[in-house]
Design a protein around this ligand. Structure first.
Ligand code: SF4
Length: 173
């Protein structure tokens, strides 16, 4: 695929659609691919992804590979890395970029039909506020793993709460 519907295609190495179960109970939605994700075309493979996978492992007591079999799919609100040059830093996607890409995420939700949507971070939450009135989904909001990493990772004051919220998803609380 070679989408050019917004300017983010210019510095893209790989479009990052998502990965995980094709019959998911949960879809985890983050903000955007970063440098590591752009390099290999998979979501959540950088430090934030590794932290999230560890939190899921602790929450569910299984490896992420089992977790994926248990019905998790990982994606982002945009599919190409937001940046202003190939070597430039990651940045947040701007509204026009999100608007261009959101129909793809909505089509993905319609195809995969999860029961629960986990939105990671304020950006994902703000740009998908329209999902809150869609009664097909239960919405769970969590801080982006990058925010916890900045606060000390597993030593962050809200790490236990983070894991407990993840655990409750599978207990259907
Ligand atoms: S971010 Fe989305 S809309 Fe923009 S070029 Fe990439 S796939 Fe297309």
């Amino acid at each position: 695929m070679s989408c050019t519907e917004c300017g983010l295609h210019r510095y893209r190495k790989h479009m990052v659609i998502g990965r995980g179960s094709q019959d998911p109970y949960v879809i985890v939605i983050g903000e955007a691919p970063g440098r590591a994700e752009n390099a290999i075309g998979e979501p959540f493979v950088g430090p934030s992804g590794k932290f999230l996978e560890e939190a899921l492992r602790v929450a569910m007591g299984v490896s992420i590979f089992d977790a994926q079999r248990e019905g998790i799919y990982f994606t982002n609100i945009v599919r190409c890395r937001p940046c202003d040059s190939v070597t430039g830093p990651n940045r947040a996607p701007i509204s026009s970029e999100v608007s261009a890409c959101l129909p793809k995420m909505i089509a993905l939700l319609d195809a995969l039909r999860p029961k629960v949507i986990v939105r990671l971070g304020l950006s994902a939450q703000l740009h998908t506020s329209f999902l809150e009135s869609d009664n097909r989904y239960k919405i769970v909001d969590l801080p982006h793993p990058a925010a916890l990493l900045r606060r000390g990772g597993t030593k962050a004051y809200d790490y236990k709460d983070y894991v407990s919220k993840l655990r409750r998803i599978w207990k259907h609380d």
